[in-house]
Ligand binder design. Structure first.
Ligand SMILES: *[C@@H]1O[C@H](CO)[C@@H](O)[C@H](O)[C@H]1NC(C)=O
Ligand SMILES: *[C@@H]1O[C@H](CO)[C@@H](O)[C@H](O)[C@H]1NC(C)=O
Ligand SMILES: *[C@@H]1O[C@H](CO)[C@@H](O)[C@H](O)[C@H]1NC(C)=O
Ligand SMILES: *[C@@H]1O[C@H](CO)[C@@H](O)[C@H](O)[C@H]1NC(C)=O
Ligand SMILES: *[C@@H]1O[C@H](CO)[C@@H](O)[C@H](O)[C@H]1NC(C)=O
Length: 452
């Protein structure tokens, strides 16, 4: 690997150059093309930040040895390299780059304004999780309580303070690409334990943070889907994928793609592994329920040590063959695999509400869960001996078909389509569009309350 370092660095610098130039061009292009949109109550102003808060963090992509080098995933404006040269929609996407993906997408948002006073929301293009790495894995671990304070000082005092002061920051929002607990270190613990205190410092109480997982009692944050590896750019590409998903033969009843559960302590991932082991995969089952006839009761895709993260082929094919995808909590309650499963038309099985229902309320409304997912309380499986297989097999075939159809209908809203998609695909709201709508609505209602 050492041989290629300098040439990789060169590519990254070239990439940057184009990235920055491109963003500028794109911005001016967009502002001149808004006439056809109704932008009432939807204006967004992008705050200018010095590059140390965003682009410089990208150029430091190899500077976190404990975390790993993420330089190659910066390609395609954060979508990562394509999985294959001839792939249209599949990328090796690193979820950490959600901040960059959002930034790129916001620059083609049709209702950007250059006048902060007329904006309904203010986007802060700060790469919060990338900046957080230095507190988690870098030289600044002893200063993790100060994460964000430099940004705050800039927003509040250095650059056009009137933009913050107008609504005391209540109209500002940003994206943080890692779960909230990594940014929720209590302020008064000494020495620092883990995480940064970005979401705990009063300076940011008023700012809306979009991230892939919120806390149990979220305050300023809202969860949005993890980015998957699928980023189509046209309606044709998307529709042919949907067709493939719909026609896929589902020969496996249930699948778990993930790591963990190999220790001796009772936990839901261990129960899943045990159930799969005892129902040996070669066993042929011809069952009446659970959605049809299966060759396999259970399939496990071993994703230990992050081997699946940048390699969607490992799990997408098995997911396309599975009827149900088990989404147990891992190190944290949520998992990206929930959204990979959606793409494959694989019906999610959740074991706690924190895994999705209490999180993605903008993208997957709570009252719909029975229509597209199965809920099995993890305690019933781990401690009361309930078999997941039995629960799934008892679901009538017609109901399974309806659930899969619902999953497919919800799919557009949980994917991040590629920047510069065709108009046809733009007409379908994707995860980004829904996140922006939700943010505008949230800010609108906050400002209404505070003006009363
Ligand atoms: C990038 O890394 C260098 C060397 O580790 C460090 O001095 C610099 O402050 C970093 N820049 C940013 C923006 O994090
Ligand atoms: C993919 O494209 C790159 C650059 O165009 C080329 O160097 C590489 O050999 C190609 N890989 C395959 C498997 O075709
Ligand atoms: C953090 O502080 C502790 C105790 O003061 C010290 O031992 C450690 O070296 C410091 N870590 C870094 C990365 O500076
Ligand atoms: C947050 O908003 C409240 C009013 O809702 C205000 O009193 C407070 O100063 C604001 N905080 C900051 C850091 O601007
Ligand atoms: C194996 O699968 C069958 C359904 O085919 C189920 O009834 C049984 O409980 C499963 N056994 C275990 C140990 O999970």
């Amino acid at each position: 690997m050492a041989c290629c370092k300098s040439s990789a660095a060169f590519h990254i610098i070239t990439f940057f150059f184009f990235f920055v130039i491109f963003l500028k061009l794109d911005l001016s292009y967009q502002i001149s093309t808004v006439e056809s949109e109704d932008c009432t109550n939807r204006w967004i102003y992008v705050r200018w930040l010095p590059s140390r808060f965003n682009f410089d963090l990208l150029s430091n992509c190899s500077a976190y040895p404990l975390f790993g080098d993420f330089c190659s995933y910066l390609q395609n404006h954060g979508l990562g390299p394509k999985t294959h040269n001839d792939s249209h929609s599949w990328y090796r996407t690193d979820p950490l780059l959600l901040e960059l993906i959002f930034h790129r997408r916001i620059l083609e948002y049709p209702c950007l304004t250059q006048d902060p006073a007329s904006a309904n929301a203010i986007y802060v293009p700060y790469y919060a999780a990338l900046d957080g790495l230095k507190y988690l894995y870098g030289s600044e671990t002893n200063f993790s309580r100060q994460h964000g304070l430099e940004l705050y000082n800039f927003l509040r005092y250095d650059d056009q303070p009137e933009i913050w002061d107008r609504f005391a920051g209540h109209d500002h929002f940003l994206v943080m690409a890692r779960p909230a607990w990594e940014f929720s270190q209590p302020l008064h613990v000494d020495p620092p334990v883990w995480g940064t205190s970005f979401l705990e410092v009063p300076e940011f109480y008023n700012v809306t943070a979009l991230l892939p997982e919120g806390r149990t009692w979220p305050w300023q944050e809202q969860a949005v889907p993890y980015p998957t590896s699928y980023h189509p750019s046209s309606l044709n590409l998307f529709e042919s994928w949907v067709k493939r998903v719909r026609n896929s033969r589902r020969s496996t009843l249930m699948l778990f793609a993930g790591g963990g559960g190999v220790g001796a302590n009772p936990n839901i991932r261990r129960s899943i592994r045990n159930e799969c082991k005892s129902n040996h995969s070669s066993e042929v089952v011809a069952a009446a329920g659970g959605g049809g006839h299966f060759n396999k009761v259970c399939d496990i895709v071993d994703c230990s040590n992050g081997i699946c993260e940048h390699d969607p082929i490992r799990f997408m094919r098995p997911m396309l063959r599975a009827t149900f995808c088990l989404q147990p909590p891992g190190d944290t309650p949520t998992r990206r695999s929930t959204f990979d499963g959606f793409l494959a038309g694989c019906i999610p099985v959740f074991f706690e509400e924190q895994s999705a229902k209490s999180q993605y309320v903008w993208h997957l409304p709570g009252e719909m869960y029975d229509e597209f997912s199965v809920f099995i309380p993890k305690e019933d499986v781990v401690f009361k001996g309930l078999k997941i297989v039995d629960v799934l097999m008892s679901i009538p075939n017609a109901k399974v078909r309806r659930m899969r159809e619902r999953v497919i209908e919800l799919m557009p809203g949980v994917i991040y389509r590629r920047h510069e998609s065709t108009l046809g695909l733009k007409a379908k709201k994707d995860a980004f569009d829904i996140a922006i709508e939700g943010t505008l609505e949230r800010i609108r209602s906050k400002l209404k309350v505070s003006s009363q």
